[in-house]
Design a protein around this ligand. Sequence first.
Ligand code: ATP
Ligand code: MG
Length: 198
Amino acid sequence: MSDKETRHKERQEKLKQAVDTKIANAQTVKGLMIVITGNGKGKSTSGFGTVARGVGHGLKCAVAQFIKGNWECGERALLEKNGVEFHVMGTGFTWNTQDRIADTEAALAIWEKCEQMLQDESLDLVLLDELTYMITYDYVPLERVLTALRNRPFMQSVVVTGRAAHRELTEMADTVSEVRNVKHAFDSGVKALKGVDW
Ligand code: ATP
Ligand code: MG
């Protein structure tokens, strides 16, 4: 064996030992809170990927989407066919007009549904897609969100997506990933594509 191969083998053995130790140390079983934030593309895709994973294993999943309004996203069509409860922020929500009263009403209406989901022992996994903005714009009080998340059933997992996640959300989460924008097609004038972007 050459020096290079020996070094490689030693490194791999060390790595395997480290991973084995981590696996042996990971003994806790509980529902997870995951936050996917940052400016790059892939946050909602990741959240829906987790839901697809759960559905594939027969978990009971639910989704609340805080932005998309009435536009038909591909995930919804697929997941509803597979028995996933799906709530989208209702009419009245208007990013463009910045009508705070209507926005807040729409946000609170869907948040009430979320509170029910976060108390539902039968739900294994809840995706709160684009929730971070509700806190940023103060449409839903931070404390109300934190309380519902903190008191959810012990085995229920929750995925929160959206840019600029509040520090209190990331502190409460078990896993936080920040998707960094390296480049995005939109910046070079490429249109969002059905089935890829929504
Ligand atoms: P996706 O739903 O594709 O996973 P995302 O959830 O990470 O994206 P959002 O901020 O929710 O990102 O934006 C939703 C839409 O904006 C998607 O169509 C996505 O392709 C697009 N988008 C995401 N990131 C960027 C970016 N950095 N520049 C331009 N457009 C973006
Ligand atoms: Mg998104």
